[in-house]
Ligand binder design. Structure first.
Ligand code: CP
Length: 302
């Protein structure tokens, strides 16, 4: 993993996932370790973020490193017309590692080609969000004790939701059953279903969020992504397609955990927050430990 970029979840092997998850567990037990002293990490966010940016920055601080960067491109020379290539070529002269979120699919891969420092994709359009995926794997393994043979419900915006695309590819290696719950206009893209067919992984598509969830080990809820719709009317039609409420969880399995990459809008009612099956804020915390592990391994510190 040393000096390798992380652009897609497929860039790392199953063995590398486990290495990251095991190290994240160590960091959760002992989060303040000065392993990144003398390292500078660049945090370049061309698109809004709360959890990804702040958990990465927390992770760097806990490891004793320093962060440079920006949280909106309007404050940088991009607003004067500078290209992504020139921005990356410049920042790679300053920092040892670059974390980048960008609205355009493929931008992170492009950055990794021009940079001589490793790039971490913190989300590129509706394509991939691999560090979210690794913290999701960490959360699933921590709550279920295994990644194998689980019944996973992916709910909401399966078309534009980059987190579910990364999660599908990673979890497909652990013999799951997938249930996709979405409005017809936001179905899981065909290329991902073809991938599951090639691997012989079972999946079912549902229009409704109903009693089928009583068989779930994990319900992974996603926000309908307003910013990815070209026609606002299309968004209005589906924005409240599913709302998970506490009473819907009465007959669910005792081991069930509800995950959400967040931010949430309406798709999980706040009455679920106090249910012991709600795990999304713990999941957000797990992002710090997982990102500490990813950076320590990519920089060859651990
Ligand atoms: N999960 C996630 O990517 O959240 P942010 O957009 O707040 O970073």
């Amino acid at each position: 993993m040393k000096n390798k970029s992380l652009i897609s979840i497929n860039d790392f092997s199953k063995e590398e996932y486990f290495k990251i998850l095991d190290l994240a567990e160590e960091f959760q037990k002992n989060p303040n370790q000065k392993l990144l002293e003398n390292h500078v990490v660049a945090s370049l966010f061309f698109e809004p973020s709360t959890r990804t940016r702040l958990s990465f920055e927390t992770a760097v601080q806990r490891l004793g490193g320093r962060v440079i960067g920006f949280s909106e491109a309007s404050s940088t020379s991009v607003s004067k017309g500078e290209s992504l290539k020139d921005t990356i070529l410049t920042v790679s002269r300053y920092a040892d590692l670059i974390i980048m979120r960008h609205p355009i699919e493929g931008s992170a891969r492009h950055a990794s080609v021009v940079s001589d420092k490793p790039i971490i994709n913190a989300g590129d359009g509706s394509n991939q969000h691999p560090t979210q995926c690794l913290l999701d794997l960490y959360s699933i393994r921590k709550t279920q004790g295994t990644l194998e043979n689980l019944n996973l419900f992916l709910v909401g915006d399966l078309k534009y939701g980059r987190t579910v695309h990364s999660l599908l590819q990673a979890m497909a290696q652990f013999n799951p059953v997938f249930n996709f719950v979405s409005p017809p206009s936001l179905r899981m893209p065909q290329e991902y279903k073809d991938h599951l067919d090639e691997l012989g992984i079972k999946y079912y598509e549902h229009d409704q969020l109903d009693e089928n969830i009583n068989h779930a080990d994990i319900i992974y809820v996603t926000r309908v992504q307003k910013e990815r719709f070209s026609d606002p009317m299309d968004y209005e039609k589906v924005k409240n397609a599913y709302i998970l409420k506490n009473k819907m969880l009465e007959n669910t399995k005792p081991n069930l955990k509800i995950l959400h990459p967040l931010p949430r809008v309406n798709e999980i009612n706040t009455d679920v927050d106090t249910n012991e099956k709600a795990y999304y804020f713990d999941q957000a915390e797990n992002g710090v430990y997982t990102r500490m592990a990813i950076m320590a391994l990519m920089l060859g510190i651990k």
